[in-house]
Design a protein around this ligand. Structure first.
Ligand code: AMP
Ligand code: MG
Length: 434
């Protein structure tokens, strides 16, 4: 039987990053860049104002204070995207808007709040008096000026292959006119449930039957990775029906099967896959929940056969399927973020297998606290509803006492890390007993 870490390594050895495709900018959020992006402009294109105010010669306004302002003649009104019409000479200022080019002659911008200006138009729209502004504070040379190219310079490599495209990256792509960009392809994913006992979502409710929840929780886990999976429905527990469904599933890059992977009389998934030419690399993992979990590879398809129990299937999807899919998509960080938290209530456990206990985190920063959400049966899907994290109870641990530190895997959010950090943290727990 493989440990979780061994199983993850085997899977990732068989999984490669997929090729690249061009995707319009509107659809690249969350994807991984497959090309280096070089800036085709200076941004800002010249020195520009960081404020609405007046471009001045700093020497002119030295010593200016509220009660003893310096009066300057306003010679221009420059908006963002305009070119200045005048040079600012001694005793002069140009009104300037945020992002507008700083005119020659000026070496600082004074913000509008530190100025006062009488209306420069008379009642009939005629010049009432020369345009003048009172400057009520001094300003050091260079103040409130954004230098040319402070964001990016022409020829700068602004984004690199492997970058995860977040909203900031999308903005940068638009600045350099990348209306479409090369990103790593997402795998195509199919989801297949198995079991004679399953009641499909569109069948009438029958209290005797088991509702097929795995299809939908797995679908949602794949959607959370940014992929829309294809749902293949339910394969009944006969070799023929299963084979027909598996044949469909083997058209995809990834096939996720739930149930039928154990050693029961009606568990045909492994032998059928094997007979269809899928190389099976392992079929049991030492973990709770989980355990019967197989991984195989065909000419095109990576096949994950997850346990039928709803929680076990979800936990295995998090630990095995998601990292593999993220690797195919080009991500370097494959694993859910883990943090250390303080156990807030004693935990009793059985030793032997690493346990992904559904848990809830409270507190913040260095004071994160974690507690089990209660009953941990692998069919209790409500435990996933109540949990926002998985408390990782090491295989050799039978009790975690209040106040101890334990590693916790976050289930919510979009933060990932490059190492799984699951095993080897048993320092923080009692190891007596068996
Ligand atoms: P199996 O591994 O097929 O024996 O399934 C283990 C348990 O998970 C059984 O109680 C099944 O009824 C249940 N199960 C299997 N598939 C699903 C599914 N798609 N949705 C909900 N429960 C399931
Ligand atoms: Mg079954």
């Amino acid at each position: 039987m493989k440990t979780v870490t061994e199983a993850q390594k085997i899977i990732l050895r068989h999984v490669r990053r997929l090729g690249a495709e061009f995707v319009p900018i509107e659809g690249v959020l969350g994807r991984v860049l497959a090309e280096d992006v070089v800036s085709n402009r200076n941004h800002p294109p010249c020195d520009v104002s960081a404020m609405d105010g007046y471009a001045v010669r700093s020497a002119d306004v030295k010593g200016a204070v509220k009660d003893a302002p310096v009066k300057l003649e306003v010679v221009d009104d420059i908006r963002a995207g305009d070119s200045p019409k005048c040079v600012v000479g001694p005793g002069e200022a140009s009104m300037i808007m945020t992002g507008a080019p700083v005119p020659d002659g000026a070496d600082a911008v004074i913000r509008v709040e530190d100025t006062s200006r009488r209306s420069h138009r008379g009642r009939h729209g005629k010049e009432a008096h020369p345009d003048e502004v009172d400057i009520r504070a001094e300003v050091p040379c260079g103040n409130n000026i954004r230098p040319m190219g402070e964001n990016m310079k022409l020829g700068d490599a602004v984004l690199h292959v492997g970058a995860v495209i977040r909203p900031g990256e999308v903005g940068i792509l638009s600045m350099v006119k990348k209306a479409a960009v090369s990103v790593f392809r997402c795998p195509t994913v199919a989801v297949l449930a198995t079991g004679d006992e399953l009641e499909a979502l569109d069948e009438p409710l029958n209290p005797e039957k088991i509702p097929n929840s795995n299809t939908y929780s797995t679908m949602a886990q794949i959607q959370a990775l940014g992929i829309e999976p294809v749902l293949l429905g339910i394969a009944r527990d006969t070799r023929e029906h299963l084979e027909e469904k598996l044949r469909q599933g083997l058209q995809y890059d990834v096939l996720i099967i739930t149930g039928g992977v154990s050693v029961g009389h009606h568990d045909f998934v492994r032998p059928t896959l094997r007979d269809m030419g899928i190389a099976m690399h392992f079929w049991r993992v030492a973990m709770r929940p989980g355990h019967p979990m197989a991984f195989g590879t065909g000419p095109k398809t990576k096949v994950f056969a997850l346990p039928g129990n709803p929680v076990a299937g979800m936990v295995c999807c998090e630990q095995f399927v998601a990292p593999a899919i993220r690797k195919m998509m080009g991500f370097e960080r494959l694993y859910r973020l883990t943090v250390e938290a303080i156990v807030s209530r004693d935990v009793k456990d059985r030793a032997g297998r690493i346990h992904f206990m559904r848990a809830r985190l409270t507190g913040e920063g260095n004071n994160l606290r974690v507690e089990s959400v209660g009953a941990q049966g692998s069919g209790i899907l409500m435990s996933m509803v109540h949990a926002d994290a998985l408390m990782i109870v090491p295989a050799d641990c039978i009790c975690l006492s209040r106040g101890e530190r334990v590693r916790v895997q976050l289930l919510n959010g979009n933060s990932y890390q490059s190492e799984p950090c699951l095993e080897g943290n048993s320092r923080s727990c009692s190891t007596h007993g068996s």
